[in-house]
Design a protein around this ligand. Structure first.
Ligand code: 5GP
Ligand code: MN
Length: 342
């Protein structure tokens, strides 16, 4: 069952947890790292010593956060022993909309006996935990962790405030998305009063990128196309290899959707599977009033109305035409519904 508010059962699970594992999604972003670390600081305030884990390494935007060095990843020597082979009584999964998003952190043979608590703000969440707190009206999972801290009377100060403001900033592109409300800004104000530095967090996240990413964009942008309100571009495995950028940090879809003529954007990244076949990772964005989550969900992925994604088996010759057609059809439906002609 999915709950949209904090339940007594969830509070009891957090209060009673002794051996606790906190995790977030593969290819973590600022909200994944911020909510994971924030949950860690919250639990430490309650006198607990949680293990924090991610499948993939922390992205650049999460690097300066307090406590980040304690996160165990697939590449850590202790990952198998401390994360995958250890039994826990409580597992808190943050910012992940479906079980596959937990990647290699969640190891059912050992972890199945734990109470799995899911805390997430994706509208596409499948409710895969024993307790599921899913609030799509929250702009970030860190906003939900702040609400949990309030409920448990943990003050929003110090490292906790810094981690929570980071997710707020990254998931709202610095308070500029259409889901930002006065409540969002009120929370940001409280976190700043608690010591979090907004200018520093912005500079560490949305206002910076490595030069090699700009080089990668220069390779991808020649492929850009626009038709029927959808703008898209494609990246080959060679482009990624040439610039050494991980796929999780390509980030170009937010830029493409700024085109005046586009209501939706898509970036397609081809990746080679272990068996030599290929898959295409798709990243979607929508202007306010349009919804790309439904297309992502229909293709086996998920996300938010304004930012979503999925991974489809196939290559750049076959997948982008299919997916662009699906986006164009969704856009036409959404325009028709808006004009009352659906
Ligand atoms: P991005 O385009 O920044 O990689 O992802 C945007 C949003 O879509 C994020 O909220 C992310 O959680 C979601 N998303 C991206 N790719 C996938 C995917 O393959 N599966 C699911 N379930 N969600 C995804
Ligand atoms: Mn998020």
């Amino acid at each position: 069952m999915i709950e949209t508010t904090i339940t007594p059962a969830l509070l009891a699970a957090v209060r009673n947890g002794e051996r606790i594992l906190c995790l977030s999604h593969v290819k973590p972003d600022g909200d994944a790292v911020g909510s994971l670390l924030g949950m860690g600081w919250l639990l430490r305030s309650l006198g607990k010593a949680p293990v924090l884990a991610l499948q993939d390494t922390v992205p650049d935007e999460g690097r300066g956060l307090p406590g980040v060095e304690e996160i165990l990843t697939d590449a850590s020597p202790d990952f198998e022993r401390i994360v995958r082979q250890q039994a826990f009584d409580l597992i808190v999964c943050l910012d992940a909309s479906s079980p596959d998003r937990m990647g290699t952190v969640y190891h059912p043979p050992v972890h199945e006996s734990a109470t799995l608590v899911v805390i997430d703000h994706h509208v596409t969440n499948t409710g895969f935990g024993a307790l599921n707190w899913v609030d799509p009206s929250s702009v970030s999972t860190t906003q939900m962790v702040a609400r949990l801290a309030d409920a448990l009377e943990v003050p929003l100060t110090g490292p906790l405030a810094e981690c929570l403001l980071t997710g707020l900033v990254t998931d709202t592109l610095c308070f500029s998305t259409s889901n930002v409300t006065p409540r969002t800004l009120e929370l940001a104000m409280r976190l700043m009063e608690g010591g979090a530095n907004l200018a520093l967090i912005t500079q560490r996240t949305v206002n910076r990128r490595p030069y090699r990413l700009i080089k990668l964009w220069s390779l991808i942008l020649p492929t850009v196309n626009l038709a029927d309100g959808v703008i898209w571009a494609s990246a080959t495995p060679e482009m990624l290899a040439q610039t050494g950028m991980p796929t999780s940090e390509v980030g170009l879809s937010s830029y493409l959707v700024t085109a005046d003529e586009a209501d939706m954007s898509a970036v397609f990244i081809e990746q080679v599977n272990g068996d030599g076949s290929t898959r295409v990772e798709c990243s979607f964005r929508a202007k306010p009033g349009f919804n790309v989550a439904e297309v992502a969900f229909a293709l086996g992925g998920g996300g938010h109305p304004a930012a979503a994604g999925c991974t489809v088996e196939g290559d750049l010759a076959t997948i982008p035409p299919r997916v662009v057609a699906a986006l164009q059809a969704a856009r036409r439906r959404q325009l028709a519904a808006r004009h009352g002609t659906a």
